[in-house]
Design a protein around this ligand. Structure first.
Ligand code: NAD
Length: 269
């Protein structure tokens, strides 16, 4: 039987129609939370995500549509969420990737990645943190990346957005550090920094390496891991979700302003 320690809480998870965000939504649902889902996808994909989170045990599930590249859509989404429930837990997980050398990076890709990976978190945080502080409990968990801690070639907007997300989270952690109490759980703001996680986001990078091995996907994965991740193992989305769920516990009240790697030793090198 799951520990339903989030039974009185409501979580909004952006980018939860796929990958890590969907795994986080399921995990928070399994802990008893009401869960607001957001992300792009077909009607079928959105229905399927809602079904999965409901089946995991969520007290209630609602889809909150918004293209996070548009600040006015984010404001409408947060207003819709607030009319439904007070947001106790905000997980900014939506993210996109595009790889190209700096001098041939399309400028519209720069704008898109900064908008979705960084500015969207600024907007969701500025609109939800005051309510969390008033209620004495709140959790903001931003899914950054190892690329918020170290760089790689051909990822200028992605790396810039993830370094920015860690900086933004640290500022918010300081501004809200004294909100609430040890008993209420306080308001914390943290980043999780995954290395390679098996989701659709990294498939183009696997495919590019597999192409050199007659399309052998496993060979592509081995090459990807050999370059950066000493454990030689991909993480599962559920591995990241487990850490996210722990951060929502009262006992995590003094973990704030952290950037926690889940990277098989990538950033220890
Ligand atoms: P994914 O492609 O499976 O999921 C991305 C999610 O973001 C989807 O739900 C998608 O619909 C949503 N999204 C994209 N653009 C959006 C927009 N404009 N508005 C609303 N939603 C939008 O990828 P993932 O691997 O699960 O990535 C989730 C997060 O984890 C991202 O922030 C990514 O940078 C980060 N991350 C992933 C890895 C990895 O190896 N997969 C590693 C480090 C960090």
């Amino acid at each position: 039987m799951n520990d339903r320690f989030l039974a009185e809480r409501c979580a909004l998870v952006t980018g939860s129609t796929s990958g890590i965000g969907l795994a986080i939504a399921r995990a928070l649902g399994a802990a008893g939370a009401r869960v607001g889902l957001n992300g792009l996808g077909s009607d079928w994909q959105i229905r399927e995500a809602q079904e999965q989170v409901r089946a995991a045990g969520a007290a209630e599930v609602r889809f909150l549509a918004a293209d996070l590249a548009r600040p006015e859509a984010i404001e409408a989404m947060i207003a819709e969420a607030a009319a439904w429930q007070s947001i106790d837990i905000l997980v900014n997980c939506a993210g996109v990737q595009f790889t190209a050398p700096l001098d041939s990076m399309p400028t519209e890709r720069w704008d898109q990645l900064i908008a979705i990976n960084l500015s969207a978190a600024f907007h969701t945080m500025r609109l939800t943190l005051p309510g969390m502080a008033e209620r004495g409990y709140g959790r903001v968990i931003n899914i950054a990346s190892v690329h918020g801690l170290v760089a790689s070639i051909h990822k200028a907007p992605y790396v810039a957005s993830k370094f920015g997300l860690i900086g933004l989270s640290r500022v918010a952690a300081l501004e809200y550090a004294a909100a609430g109490s040890r008993a209420s759980g306080g308001v914390t703001v943290n980043c999780i920094c995954p290395g390679w996680v098996e989701t659709p986001l990294i498939e183009p990078q696997i495919a590019a390496r597999a192409a050199a091995h007659d399309g052998d996907r496993e060979a592509g994965i081995r090459e990807l891991l050999r370059e950066k991740q000493p454990s030689q193992r991909l993480s599962l989305p559920e591995d990241v979700a487990a850490l996210c769920t722990f951060l929502c516990r009262r006992e995590a009240h003094n973990i704030t302003g952290a950037a926690l790697p889940v990277d098989g030793g990538w950033t220890a090198q």
